[in-house]
Design a protein around this ligand. Structure first.
Ligand code: NAD
Length: 419
């Protein structure tokens, strides 16, 4: 079966909101395309001494609200269509979050697990070198995404700084976010996406009388977003009954302990083999009866084939684009409410913005300050989306897009198009 184009999914979602709100047709033309698409092919010396060629991407979707911002992904499925889509989602997300950034995304098409740590370092540094001045602290700021982490960001930082004249180096530390705390990162960035998701879910649960205490849920993907969401839901009394990662799925109606599973995954790199649940196949996992589902792995997981299998009341999208257009329609027909990715996973980029601000001001905020500001920022985003949902009598994804497009439209109208 042909894989759905993720960029087409974005454009369908965009068109639905643009039609409903009556987006200015001229601005619609601008937002329907990306601004810059950088593709670099670069050589890296492997441990064996042989040279291997890699293809890396950086798509800059829009920067009318501020510097381009978005993660870098190392995965075999990375291609120009996927990166375009992920970059567009960043434009909407930063607009919804109310932070002064545009949208971008990038990555390398590769199987990161096939390389040694030394090779990964050389691949990362060579990619950074190949991108050159296409990234920069006031221009385009990468961050972690699937299979990239704080260590990868530290290598990007170091390589970028080496390419700067010595006098410039110390004022360029904000060229990437999601760095290790010792290298200029922010406390709270690691858990920020999961934390933001939990803040949104808490706010929604309060507004719509949904009891998190005792609610059952399932998670797909137990990396940064999935594991932090689960660990932060534990104090709310929510019960994790099913989990799936790249190695397989586990169920336990009595609850899987997120902290124990996170410790296991940190040690073994996969959920498979964890004794706190029974292994099941993909279809059984999807059919699990639960109150809500957090997809936190990759895009195109909830489709015409898989959406009919779900037995949940609510989807809280942690991943970007987990639901394709057919999947979305089927979930709506089944009465399953979707809290969309562009709102639920905005915590990561919000705390990236805080890291960037701290670097610019040479400050260090403590965790209480970071969490407090994140809560305030994401709650106001949540309220803007909730109000648009009510005002336009629409679904939450379309409501979220309307919030983003309204802000972008306002700025384009104020600034005009030059020359
Ligand atoms: P990660 O690399 O830390 O974790 C990815 C997880 O997905 C792993 O548990 C992996 O085993 C699992 N996975 C991969 N393929 C799978 C498959 N076929 N079936 C089931 N599970 C599979 O990545 P992450 O940073 O947690 O990102 C996850 C999603 O969240 C992505 O869509 C990413 O774009 C999005 N996101 C991440 C951040 C962030 O701050 N890291 C912010 C916003 C959105």
């Amino acid at each position: 079966m042909a894989q759905t184009s993720v960029y087409e999914t974005v454009m369908v979602q965009f068109s639905r909101a643009a039609d409903l709100m009556g987006l200015d047709p001229e601005i619609r033309k601008i937002l329907s395309s990306t601004t810059n698409e950088i593709v670099v092919n670069f050589p890296v010396v492997m441990d064996s001494g042989c040279v291997q060629m890699f293809t890396g991407y950086r798509v800059q979707h829009n920067n009318v609200l501020g510097p381009y911002k978005g993660g870098l992904r190392f995965h075999p499925a990375v291609n120009i269509d996927e990166v375009r889509a992920l970059a567009a989602w960043m434009t909407w997300k930063t607009a919804i979050a109310g932070i002064p950034y545009g949208g971008a995304k990038g990555g390398i098409q590769m199987r990161p697990w096939d390389y040694s740590p030394a090779e990964l370092e050389r691949i990362t540094r060579r990619f950074t070198f190949a991108l050159g001045s296409n990234i920069g602290p006031e221009y385009d700021i990468p961050a972690p995404d699937v299979n990239t982490n704080a260590q990868i960001m530290a290598w990007i930082l170091d390589t970028y700084l080496q390419m700067m004249p010595p006098l410039e180096r110390n004022r360029c530390v904000h060229v990437v976010t999601g760095k290790p705390v010792e290298s200029g990162g922010s406390v709270g960035r690691d858990k920020a996406t999961g934390q933001g998701l939990v803040y949104v879910l808490e706010a929604w649960a309060k507004d719509y009388d949904f009891r998190l205490d005792g609610a059952t849920y399932m998670i797909q993907g137990f990396g940064n977003v999935g594991s932090w969401s689960a660990r932060l839901l534990k104090p709310h009394g929510a019960v994790l009954v099913a989990v799936e990662d790249h190695s397989g799925a586990l169920v336990n109606p009595n609850g899987i302990d997120p902290d124990a599973l996170a410790a296991y995954v940190a040690m073994h790199g996969r959920a498979q083999g964890f004794e706190g649940g029974t292994p099941v196949d993909h279809e059984t996992f999807l059919r699990t009866q639960a109150d809500f589902f957090i997809p936190a792995a990759l895009e195109n997981q909830i489709t015409a084939e898989t959406a009919p299998l779900l037995n949940v009341k609510l989807m809280v999208e942690g991943a970007n684009g987990p639901t394709d257009v057919d999947g979305d329609r089927i979930l709506q027909e089944k009465g399953i409410l979707i809290l969309p990715d562009v709102l639920c996973n905005a915590g990561g980029v919000i705390v990236s913005y805080f890291e960037w601000l701290q670097n610019k001001r040479s400050e260090f905020w403590d965790l209480a300050e970071v969490d407090g500001r994140l809560l305030k920022q994401i709650l106001s985003a949540y309220r803007r989306v909730r109000d648009a949902v009510q005002r336009y009598n629409t679904d939450w994804r379309t409501g979220a897009y309307i919030v983003a497009l309204t802000r972008l439209q306002t700025v384009y109208r104020e600034r005009g198009i030059f020359p």
